[in-house]
Ligand binder design. Structure first.
Ligand SMILES: C[S@@+](CC[C@H](N)C(=O)[O-])C[C@H]1O[C@@H](n2cnc3c(N)ncnc32)[C@H](O)[C@@H]1O
Length: 158
């Protein structure tokens, strides 16, 4: 199993997904194929979002795709349970998002998936510190590199 498959396999198939720092969008596109739920592609770069908008698959799944150009830390905590995927987006945006969302009553209903991040160890501690449970950790070998896929959720919601 590669990193992409491992991340997608960690999603809750009934939840809509936020692919945060989506870039090429492969993670979100794979989620569209796996489930019947919506995917919101989020990236700080307008160029990234314009490029995604031109993809045939995004047109094919138009009713289930949202494209948003915004910084992760400016997103509001969704009201319904979501998969929130952070893969390669950087430590600070995630830290800021988690501290902004932490006070929301909906914070603990989401499934947070770290899909190979820099400072993965700090982020895992951060997820733990904000009161989430690390319910699943998987290591994927990509060439010389070991990538950690981490799922954090309120264990009572799992
Ligand atoms: C290395 S790519 C990750 C691509 C993909 N998620 C993956 O794991 O294969 C990082 C992406 O995060 C976006 N990004 C960086 N900082 C961001 C932020 N604060 N909010 C949203 N997107 C951000 C960049 O524009 C870039 O497209």
């Amino acid at each position: 199993m590669n990193r992409l498959e491992a991340i997608v396999s960690c999603t809750h198939h009934l939840y809509p997904t936020f692919d945060i720092g989506c870039d090429h969008g492969y993670i979100g596109l794979s989620c569209l194929l796996k489930s019947q739920s919506h995917v919101t592609f989020v990236d700080a770069s307008q160029h990234v979002i314009n490029r995604l908008a031109e993809r045939q698959m995004v047109s094919d799944f138009k009713g289930r795709c949202r494209l948003r150009t915004t910084r992760a830390e400016h997103l509001k905590c969704p009201e319904k349970p979501h998969n929130i995927i952070f893969a390669g987006v950087g430590f600070l945006p995630i830290k800021r998002l988690l501290s902004a969302w932490r006070s929301s009553p909906q914070f603990f209903q989401h499934r947070y998936i770290l899909g190979a991040q820099t400072h993965a160890g700090y982020l895992e501690r951060l997820l733990d510190d904000v009161g989430l449970d690390l319910i699943h950790i998987r290591e994927i070998q990509e060439g010389q590199r070991t990538r950690r896929i981490v799922v954090a959720e309120n264990a009572c919601a799992a």
